[in-house]
Design a protein around this ligand. Structure first.
Ligand SMILES: NC(=O)c1ccc[n+]([C@@H]2O[C@H](COP(=O)([O-])OP(=O)(O)OC[C@H]3O[C@@H](n4cnc5c(N)ncnc54)[C@H](OP(=O)(O)O)[C@@H]3O)[C@@H](O)[C@H]2O)c1
Length: 254
């Protein structure tokens, strides 16, 4: 019998880290369903690049902070899995999509707090709850956190607090999903030069130099540092890593 490719669902696969994860996972033989929030064309380009590699790829819209849309999303996902992949389940969930902002604690409004809560914590919590029955036994879940749950960056209180909550949630998820052989880990990148937080690193050379100086490796991260790592963590050899916070930050702020 022909062996079936694994399928990964990556939220926020149109740009940055999610795009790199999608491309590296596809290069290692995984079919990809990626979501976008505002950039459909970019998401379609990523899917086209994956198909050129001979893998299957599909694109769905998602606002991870809009919980009322999840019913429709999972309906679409279910139909897509059947029609395009001939399956009812997928194998790897990567909760990656989201935004950043630098807002001093004194200026955080309830509106901003609620948006970060919904996208980065409540959305991920309930999206994963909905996804679990559709993840095959033996599957893997990765929740993308941040180095800033370990070290503090002024203006990141609201963002990092939600990511901290995700790290606790991930351990509980590992505990309960383990009975189906599903692992759950947090992956915490350090500063990476992407569009994140209005391209805070790329658009500010001084900030980039400063952040680079905090790492023993003397640079900030690139999206591929994380994409390559995700492909490694999804390989058979990483099956015993479970319930962990894996920081990939080049050793910043040791
Ligand atoms: N870059 C860093 O320094 C860094 C460090 C640590 C952790 N992270 C985390 O890594 C993840 C990806 O960041 P990135 O650097 O790749 O940022 P990015 O380049 O700005 O890409 C963000 C991705 O998330 C999607 N997205 C934005 N808002 C969303 C929402 N409400 N619902 C679902 N998807 C949404 C975007 O979709 P569209 O393109 O369609 O808008 C895009 O695909 C985030 O969770 C971020 O917190 C980033």
């Amino acid at each position: 019998m022909e062996q079936q490719n694994k399928i990964a669902l990556i939220t926020g696969g149109s740009r940055g880290l999610g795009k790199s994860m999608a491309l590296h996972l596809a290069a290692s033989g995984t079919d990809i369903i990626l979501t976008y929030f505002s950039k459909k064309d970019e998401a379609d380009d990523v899917a086209a690049e994956i198909e050129k590699m001979g893998r299957k790829a599909a694109v769905l819209p998602l606002d991870a902070g809009e919980l009322a849309s999840f019913d429709a999303f999972f309906g679409q996902l279910s139909a897509l899995l059947k029609s395009r992949f001939g399956r009812t389940q997928f194998d790897i969930l990567i909760n990656n999509g989201g935004m950043g902002a630098t807002i001093p604690y004194a200026e955080v409004t309830e509106e901003v707090f609620d948006r970060f809560l919904n996208v980065h914590f409540k959305g991920v919590y309930f999206f994963t709850q909905r996804a679990l029955p559709m993840i095959a036994d033996g599957g893997r879940i990765f929740n993308i956190s941040t180095g800033t749950t370990r070290f503090c960056v002024p203006g990141y209180s609201v963002y990092a607090s939600m990511k901290g909550a995700i790290e606790v949630f991930t351990k509980y998820l590992a505990k309960e999903a383990g009975e189906r052989g599903i692992t759950a880990n947090t992956l915490a990148p350090g500063p990476i030069e992407t569009d994140f937080n209005n391209a805070a690193i790329r658009s500010n050379p001084q900030r980039k130099t400063f952040l680079s100086s905090l790492s023993p490796l003397g640079r900030v991260g690139e999206a591929d540092d994380i994409g390559k790592l995700v492909a490694l963590l999804c390989a058979d050899g990483a099956a015993w890593v479970n319930g962990q916070r894996i920081e990939a930050s080049g050793g910043i702020n040791l």
